[in-house]
Ligand binder design. Structure first.
Ligand code: FAD
Ligand code: SF4
Length: 420
């Protein structure tokens, strides 16, 4: 465990040329899932013994794990569960006093702090940044508020969060909070009974379109006018990518979002291959095996989207309500995504990029009349599942049937896909 890692705002941004590909041992080690490996960290621990059964890319078994973790698999005839997984409660919320430097309002970090300080857990697995590169992930077992806060904000790169599992076992921790994305959580759920824990809490985030460190550099260089100074970014519900820069540029201190690029202006030709193969073949966007999920895509702009899947998730949500200073609201939906998704399938395949002024204009129109709330979330899920289904069908046809979960097959079947 690296201790005393600096927070993301302080760590500088290092150019790719300084450190090559994925970094460290990843460059040479061959992982069992080979090119599909998301470097979730499991194979950096003694639990590599169980990789064949546990890896999200070697043995997709979400329905079976839903049964184990939530007591049932998702109801495929309920549109909400088909899309968002098993849940008991879904709402939107935001912290009245956001945490500075968090990805959104910091619900994840403040709930983690509350769980640790109330004694519910003894440690929190989360991911800080390397001292010399704010985008290089450093998974840790945080044991105090400062260490959790140093992990705030997304590290938009593949992160080996499970690599600390051996250290968890050695530490003697019996009550643990794990924060992570779907592929990490699927592998963790598969081995959780072997770690010697009395209680495991899983606080998940949705995840899509993640990249290697090399891929991130290409994305920043292609899309931002000042790649060196990007502190964080998000693909937002207004159909634009929002980049936050450090204090040296553009908006300067106090400006939350400094640079905005419409989705339709992204250089699709250049970026088509930028996403990691694991993420181009992932169908667990909404982190179906976490107890509580905190994202944004089912919420209005500026709000977060919370999905409590089971009793443990409800317990975590209740604590968040008591101590995190939340403003809450119900989930809502409007618009119809289907035509836009169908068009996006062809546009992505042909790698169409629009001139900037048309892209700006489209973002304004779609922002006004396009899908919102849960319908925006369904738009994003449909677009990514159809793209990923085609990717797996073309690259790994022998894996298609077993790797794509039934819920994803049903979602994809609503659209007309190219024959080849
Ligand atoms: P913070 O308080 O800022 O805490 C962020 C937490 O995320 C930290 O605890 C940290 O440990 C953890 N973390 C950071 N990077 C990683 C990583 N690479 N792997 C695992 N854990 C990490 N939400 C959506 O609704 N739709 C999306 O499409 C979407 N895409 C995402 C893609 C990625 C790669 C990631 C990491 C998250 C994504 N999210 C998405 C979640 C969303 O961006 C926020 O992370 C979430 O809403 C929590 O915000 P916060 O302010 O509460 O988090
Ligand atoms: Fe191992 Fe995780 Fe890679 Fe699968 S994704 S091969 S479990 S490190």
């Amino acid at each position: 465990q690296e201790t005393g890692a600096v927070g993301p705002a302080e760590a500088p941004h290092r150019r790719l040329s300084n450190w090559g590909g994925l970094g460290g041992a990843y460059d040479t080690k061959v992982y069992p899932a080979k090119s599909l490996c998301s470097h979730c960290g499991l194979c950096d621990t003694r639990y590599i013994t169980y990789v064949r059964d546990s890896c999200a890319f070697l043995n997709q078994h979400i329905a079976e794990l839903e049964q184990k973790v939530h007591g049932r698999s998702r109801a495929l005839d309920s549109e909400d569960e088909l899309y968002f997984g098993v849940f008991q409660s879904m709402l939107v919320a935001r912290k009245k006093k956001p945490i500075a430097g968090a990805q959104w309002t910091g619900i994840v970090s403040s709930l983690a702090i509350a769980m640790l300080e109330s004694g519910l857990v003894e440690g929190v697995v989360c991911v800080q940044s390397s001292k010399d590169d704010r985008f290089k992930p450093v998974p840790v077992i945080a044991r105090n508020r400062a260490e959790i806060l140093a992990a705030r904000v997304n590290k938009p790169t593949l992160s080996p969060n499970l690599s600390v599992l051996d250290a968890v076992e050695r530490s003697g921790i019996k009550r643990l909070l794990f924060i992570g994305v779907g592929c990490q959580v699927e592998a963790l759920r598969s081995v959780q009974d072997r770690i010697g824990l009395e209680k495991l809490y899983v606080l998940g985030t949705p995840c899509v379109d993640n990249v290697t460190r090399a891929g991130l550099q290409k994305f920043l260089d292609t899309t931002s006018s000042s790649p060196e100074t990007v502190v964080y970014y998000e693909f937002m519900q207004d159909f634009r990518v929002h980049f936050k820069h450090d204090d040296s540029v553009i908006g300067g201190p106090g400006r939350k979002w400094d640079e905005i690029v419409p989705f339709f202006a992204l250089n699709t030709q250049e970026l088509k291959e930028v996403f990691a193969p694991s993420c181009l073949s992932c169908f667990d966007y909404v982190n179906g095996l976490a107890d509580l999920v905190v994202g944004y895509m089912g919420a209005p702009f500026g709000w977060q989207w919370l999905v409590a899947r089971n009793e443990t998730g409800l317990e975590m949500l209740e604590l968040a309500r008591q101590v995190c200073g939340l403003e809450e609201g119900p989930v809502d939906a409007c618009g119809d995504r289907r035509a836009a998704v169908q068009q996006s399938i062809t546009a992505y395949d042909r790698a169409l990029t629009l001139p900037r002024w048309i892209a700006e204009f489209l973002a304004i129109i779609i922002g006004k009349i396009g899908p919102k709330g849960l319908e925006y979330a369904r738009f994003s899920i449909d677009s990514h599942f159809t793209r990923n289904y085609l990717y797996v069908r073309r690259r790994y046809p022998e894996k298609l049937d077993a790797h794509v979960p039934e819920y994803a097959k049903r979602i994809v079947s609503q659209y007309k896909l190219p024959d080849t």
